[in-house]
Design a protein around this ligand. Structure first.
Ligand code: HAM
Length: 420
C-alpha cells in the first residue's frame, strides 16, 4: 500500500466545499480592493528563494525541497509566494504601471516537522501590493485581511499583531545592541539560539524554548531604536488603524521568519490553534525588488495559511453543495428511453442532477435519493412514462405530484425557487 508522503494530505470531496468557500470569499474581497489574480509556477530556481527569503532563514537553511533537473539546474518547490511575485514583477517590467496589486493562491512546500496546523505541503492565499510606500497601504491591507476574517466568520477568534522591523539605516545599529545583549546572557540561551545569534540575531527573539523566553523579555526592542523615518511610518500606521477602528496589539518581539521585511510586520494570531497560531502574516519589503535586480519599488504583502483558516472556520457559513434533483428510474430500458434525455434537459436548464446508474428497485433508489440530500426526486415509473408524465417528490415535505413530461423542467424550477 503506497501512502501519501508525511506532512502531505489529500483534500477529500467532502472537504473541498470549504476550500472553495475560502477561495471564493478571498477572490470577491480582494477584487473589491483592486487586486487581480496572478498565477506563478510551483517550482522555481533555488537561487530565487535563497536570495529573497535569506540564506540564514530556516526556510532556506533546512526546509526547501531542492532538486536538480535533468539539465543540471538547481530548482525547488516554492516554499512561499512573495519571491515569485517579485520575480514576475521584475521580469514583466511592472514598475511602469504602478500601483500593481496581485493576489495568488496555491500549494507551498516546506520540510518542517508536521504537527497540528503545520504541513509539508500547505496552501496559502496571499496578496502583494507594489508602489505605495506610505503606511496607508499597510493599513488598507490589514483592513482587507480583517474583512476577510469577518466574512468567513472568524473575526472574533483572531488578533492583529503589529511591529516595525526598521530599515537598513536603523537595523544595523540595533543589531549591534541586540548582539551585545545576547552575548551578556549567552549561557541561558538554547543551543540553537547561540548559533543563530551570530548569523541572524533578530531570529533569537522568536525563540520558543522555555529557558530563553524569560531572558528575552529584557532584550532591547527594535521599536525603541527606529530611525526618524521608520518611527513616523509606524506612528502613521497606528493612526490609520485607529481611524479605521481596527483593533491591534503591538508585539515588539515579532520578527518574522523571512529576511526581506522592512518597517511594518504583522501577524494575525488565533487562540485555539496551539503552537502554530499564525493564520496570516506579512509586512513591508521595500528593499526586495531592488535587491533582486529590479527598479527599486516599495511593496507590502501578506499570506494566509488555508489549513489553519479551515481549523477555525464557521461551518454555518459554508454553503452546502448538493444536487437539485435526484432522478429515480424504474428499469434500465426506461433509463435509456426517457431518463437520460430528461437528465440532460434538466442540466441544460442549469440544474445539478444526479441520476441513479446502478440499478436496483424503486425503494433502494429512493434511499439513495435521500442520502444525496437532493431537494427534489423525479421518479420515472412504467406507468408515468407511458402516460407521458413524471412524478416529482419534494424531499423535505414528502409531497408528490404528477406532471406532464414537457412541463417538468419549469415545475422543478418553480419549486426550487420556493425552497430558497
Ligand atoms: P509566512 O509567515 O512564512 O509568510 O507564512 C504565511 C502563513 O502561511 C503563516 O502565517 C501560516 O498561516 C501559513 N503557513 C506557513 N507555513 C506553514 C506550514 N508548514 N503549514 C501550514 N501553514 C503554514 C510568508 O510566506 C510570506 N510570503 C508572507 C508575505 C507575503 N509577506 C509579504 N508578502
Amino acid at each position: 500500500m503506497i501512502q501519501t508522503v508525511r506532512g502531505v494530505r489529500d483534500i477529500l470531496p467532502e472537504e473541498t466545499g470549504r476550500w472553495w468557500f475560502l477561495e471564493e470569499t478571498a477572490r470577491r474581497i480582494f477584487i473589491q480592493y483592486g487586486y487581480r489574480e496572478l498565477r506563478t509556477p510551483i517550482f522555481e530556481r533555488t537561487e530565487l528563494f535563497s536570495r529573497a527569503v535569506g540564506e540564514t532563514s530556516d526556510i532556506v537553511e533546512k526546509e526547501m525541497y531542492v532538486f536538480q533537473d535533468r539539465g543540471g539546474d538547481s530548482l525547488c518547490l516554492r516554499p512561499e509566494g512573495t519571491a515569485s511575485v517579485v520575480r514576475t514583477f521584475i521580469e514583466n517590467s511592472q514598475h511602469r504601471c504602478l500601483p500593481w496589486r496581485v493576489f495568488y493562491m496555491g500549494p507551498m512546500f516546506r520540510y518542517e516537522r508536521p504537527q497540528k496546523g503545520r504541513f509539508r505541503q500547505f496552501h496559502q492565499i496571499g496578496c502583494e501590493l507594489f508602489g505605495p510606500d506610505g503606511p496607508l497601504a499597510d493599513a488598507e491591507m490589514m483592513s482587507m485581511v480583517l474583512r476577510f476574517f469577518r466574512e468567513i466568520g472568524i473575526g472574533d477568534a483572531v488578533t492583529l499583531e503589529i511591529n516595525s522591523l526598521g530599515c537598513p539605516v536603523c537595523r544595523g545599529p540595533y543589531r549591534e545592541r541586540l548582539t551585545a545583549y545576547l552575548e551578556s546572557v549567552r549561557e541561558v540561551l538554547c543551543a540553537n539560539c547561540q548559533r543563530r545569534m551570530v548569523r541572524n540575531p533578530l531570529r533569537v527573539l522568536d525563540c520558543k524554548e522555555e529557558g530563553g523566553s524569560g531572558v528575552l523579555q529584557g532584550a532591547p526592542a527594535m521599536r525603541d531604536h527606529l530611525c526618524h523615518g521608520c518611527e513616523a511610518h509606524f506612528q502613521g500606521l497606528l493612526g490609520h488603524l485607529e481611524r479605521l477602528g481596527l483593533p491591534y496589539r503591538i508585539n515588539p518581539f515579532m520578527v518574522r521568519g523571512l529576511d526581506y521585511y522592512h518597517r511594518t510586520a504583522f501577524e494575525a494570531v488565533a487562540s485555539g490553534l496551539g503552537a502554530q497560531n499564525a493564520v496570516a502574516a506579512g509586512g513591508r519589503y521595500d528593499g526586495l525588488v531592488a535587491e533582486m535586480g529590479g527598479v527599486s519599488t516599495p511593496a507590502v504583502g501578506f499570506a494566509m495559511g488555508m489549513e489553519r483558516l479551515l481549523l477555525l472556520l464557521d461551518e454555518n457559513k459554508v454553503p452546502v453543495t448538493r444536487p437539485d434533483v435526484y432522478l429515480v428510474v424504474a428499469g434500465e430500458d426506461l433509463v435509456t428511453a426517457s431518463g437520460l434525455m430528461l437528465a440532460e434537459r434538466l442540466r441544460e436548464a442549469g440544474l445539478a442532477v444526479e441520476m441513479h446508474l446502478s440499478g436496483g428497485g424503486m425503494k433502494v433508489q429512493m434511499k439513495h435519493a435521500g442520502r444525496s440530500e437532493a431537494r427534489i426526486a423525479v421518479i420515472l415509473g412504467e406507468q408515468e412514462v407511458s402516460a407521458g408524465m413524471a412524478a416529482i417528490k419534494q424531499m423535505r415535505t414528502g409531497e408528490q405530484e404528477k406532471i406532464a413530461m414537457d412541463q417538468v423542467v419549469e415545475r422543478i424550477r418553480l419549486l426550487l425557487c420556493q425552497h430558497h
